[in-house]
Design a protein around this ligand. Structure first.
Ligand code: SAM
Length: 446
């Protein structure tokens, strides 16, 4: 841990008062680690006994768990590849709980990469409604997409767009919006010493101005009566209370939603909660805002079911019938050589920097439709014709995740591969061997 800037420490002293000494004493301690469970794939009762590391319930989120003890190489575990959980610093999970997402809602996650909070929102939606995850930095948006595929999200859109452009395009559309804004990262200092080295007062103030501008954009896309959560992983008053106060002064159609802290500590605004390492997380701030008025959830104009599918969709569905007994809900569409299963609820996508809407179902290769990895990830063993279901410790899984062929007695044809009944990929089975189709970029290194 590098030396923390004197100005930062002095601001923390001012913020924490009598608690400052305890905070300062913990600066060089190990950071908290955690996971959030993905209910699209499993539930805590089934998952927790399978984990090779200890966990305890997190105070910050119903499906969040703090890791107790050593947990090296979590990303290499079959259950991680299967999207059963997302590795997430415990306090980072607090904001989504405050957003109170319900199945069927339309939710925008405006600053979404790498995707921890989008994974939580998808889990809360239970596959119903729409999750629009946006990330302005294109390379990070690709990581976001990969994570949404891993979590098995079928009712999502991933885009890379400037907030002001995206939100203008989708005025009054979303029921809920999360603005997990880029910040000075004071809550990351134990985990990421680079953030500490880059800290300056000027940076904090520049972040605050940028956060206010992003929050203003978000306000445009929220429907009347909709709920918005603003969060950061920093402690500074300027980037937290200051941004909320400035926003409310200039947006009379918004009101603060008072939150009763069941975790963290009260902040300088009634609608906000702050978490510091003293409360068991690395550091987060979250505030809840509501747009005034009686709004109703507007259905998208081009909402479509199977009856409005394009003519080639029938061919795609027929090809997939020998692999899946049931596909996720959605409208099959064909764009060039790709078949895509679009979410049922979808607004106009033009001009929004969309990278993916729904699930890639397959691609034509030499006049044959090859099913896509993402479609298997959005499926479950009971909806597949052939499944090789292995226990998480089966050495074949380790080989599969490295890209090797493995033994398989599931019959002949495209076959899902599952760890503890959670699909993590697929291959093509023939003669007792499974030819590996696990995407190269996702494989465990040797
Ligand atoms: N919500 C994410 C999660 O839980 O995994 C973390 C988001 S991170 C705190 C903030 C994100 O905002 C970063 O991915 C960053 O690239 C993005 N960002 C940077 N500048 C931005 C801007 N001007 N407008 C919107 N997003 C921005």
């Amino acid at each position: 841990m590098c030396q923390l800037p004197a100005d930062f420490l002095s601001a923390m002293k001012d913020l924490l008062g009598d608690d400052y000494d305890r905070y300062a004493a913990g600066i060089s301690e190990e950071p908290y680690k955690g996971i959030s469970v993905n209910r699209l794939k499993t539930d805590p009762e089934r998952l927790l006994p399978l984990l090779p590391f200890g966990v305890e319930q997190s105070p910050f989120y119903e499906d969040g768990y703090r890791i107790t003890g050593e947990a090296q190489g979590m990303g290499r575990l079959p259950l991680h590849h299967a999207g059963a959980f997302y590795v997430q610093e415990p306090s980072a999970s607090s904001a989504v709980g405050l957003l109170q997402v319900r199945p069927g809602e339309k939710v925008l996650d405006l600053c979404a990469a790498p995707g921890g909070k989008s994974a939580q929102i998808a889990s809360c939606l239970r596959g119903k409604g729409l999750l629009w995850s946006n990330e302005v930095v294109r390379s990070r948006a690709q990581i976001l997409l990969s994570n949404m595929e891993r979590m098995g999200v079928a009712n999502g859109v991933v885009s890379s767009c400037f907030p002001e452009v995206l939100c203008e395009k989708h005025r009054d559309y979303f029921d809920k919006i999360l603005v997990d804004a880029p910040c000075s990262g004071e809550g990351m200092f134990r985990k990421n010493p680079v953030a500490a080295a880059e800290w300056s007062r000027e940076h904090v103030l520049a972040c605050a101005d940028r956060q206010l501008s992003i929050l203003h954009s978000a306000s445009i896309a929220l429907r009347k009566g909709g709920r918005m959560v603003y969060s950061t992983c920093t402690f500074s008053r300027e980037e937290n209370e200051g941004v909320i106060q400035r926003f409310l002064e200039t947006h009379p159609d918004f009101e603060p939603c008072a939150v009763t802290p069941v975790f963290g500590r009260p902040s300088g605004v009634s609608c906000g909660i702050r978490i510091t390492p003293l409360e068991g997380g690395e550091g987060h701030f979250a505030a809840v805002l509501q747009r005034k008025g009686e709004g109703i959830s507007v259905l998208a104009a081009n909402r479509g079911g199977r009856e409005r599918e394009d003519p080639l969709a029938g061919t795609v569905r027929k090809e997939l019938q020998s692999i899946f007994t049931e596909l996720p809900a959605g409208r099959m569409t064909v764009i060039k050589d790709k078949a895509i299963l679009l979410p049922e609820e979808l607004p106009d996508l033009t001009g929004s920097g969309v990278i993916r809407a729904g699930v890639l179902a397959g691609e034509w290769k030499k006049n044959r439709l090859e099913p896509a990895h993402a479609l298997f990830m959005a499926s479950s063993p009971d909806r597949c014709c052939r499944v090789l279901s292995l226990s998480p410790e089966d050495p074949r899984l380790e080989d599969f995740l490295k890209g090797y062929e493995i033994d398989c007695s599931a019959g002949s044809g495209y076959t899902a591969v599952a760890a503890a009944d959670i699909i993590l990929g697929f291959g093509k089975c023939s003669g007792g061997r499974l030819k590996n189709k696990y995407p190269k970029g996702l494989r465990n290194t040797l």
